[in-house]
Design a protein around this ligand. Structure first.
Ligand SMILES: [Zn+2]
Ligand SMILES: [Zn+2]
Length: 162
């Protein structure tokens, strides 16, 4: 299911969208991120790499055997991403870092998909505010995976008693 965008970069839809739902999807109001920051306050919005017409969120990923950079869609519920370098592996966890200053993104709670999976937190303000942030699982292919979802972090916090 691999394909290339107009700039020749690889886009991998990790989760297939349901067929025949495109019209419905377009009628829905979708949450689109226009700002996202690393814990040190670098903007990670990447205007060079748009996904579905919107500048994506750029980050570095690292695991023992691999490192690279990817851009996530800034559109809520959109699993499309661009792999700039390296490779992601289904079911495997990566640590995520700022592409500018190399600080690791914060983690809040475990994702229930895997004992060592984490929900990574990305702030929408230069100074991290949990009420204004998104979170997603750092395991490739997880249903809570690298697709942004507003509000999820607060639900997770309540569930886990934080
Ligand atoms: Zn940074
Ligand atoms: Zn997960």
């Amino acid at each position: 299911m691999e394909r290339f965008d107009k700039n020749g970069k690889l886009i991998i839809p990790l989760t297939q969208r349901k067929k025949g739902t495109k019209e419905l999807d377009e009628q829905q109001v979708r949450y689109v991120l226009t700002e996202a920051y690393c814990p040190n306050g670098c903007s990670i919005i990447d205007k060079e790499n748009e996904i579905n017409g919107v500048p994506g969120l750029r980050m570095k990923f690292k695991r023992p055997s691999m490192e690279g950079e990817m851009v996530l869609s800034a559109i809520e519920g959109d699993f499309d991403k661009i792999i700039l370098s390296g490779e992601l592996e289904d079911g495997v966890k990566d640590e995520l870092y700022c592409p500018h200053c190399d600080i690791m993104f914060g983690k809040l709670v475990n994702c229930n998909c895997n004992p060592d999976a984490d929900m990574v937190v990305i702030g929408l303000t230069p100074k991290l505010d949990f009420n204004n942030s998104i979170s997603f699982c750092n395991v490739t292919g997880c249903v809570n995976g690298t697709s942004i979802k507003s509000g999820d972090i607060l639900r997770h916090m309540r569930l886990r008693g934080y």
